[in-house]
Design a protein. Sequence first.
Length: 85
Amino acid sequence: MNDHDKAFHLIVNKQEKEWNNRTITGRQIKDLAGSPADYVVNEIIPGPAEDPEIGDDQAVDLGEKVEPKGIKRFTTRKPTTSPGS
């Protein structure tokens, strides 16, 4: 079985999802979550480090042996507004 024949698991906004490709983009994560297009996606990384923002066209490898190991976790949120805008 190769990577195109299996479903990859990920968690978006605390809900487990399946994805049929080893990579997923920020835009696809928002679609999967049902989040508006202007939302921001962050990958949840264990530990004290900041959770990196995933751009709409940025691909994330969902392989469980890729750091951080295990099922990848993401959250979507409203974009923060800049002061004065």
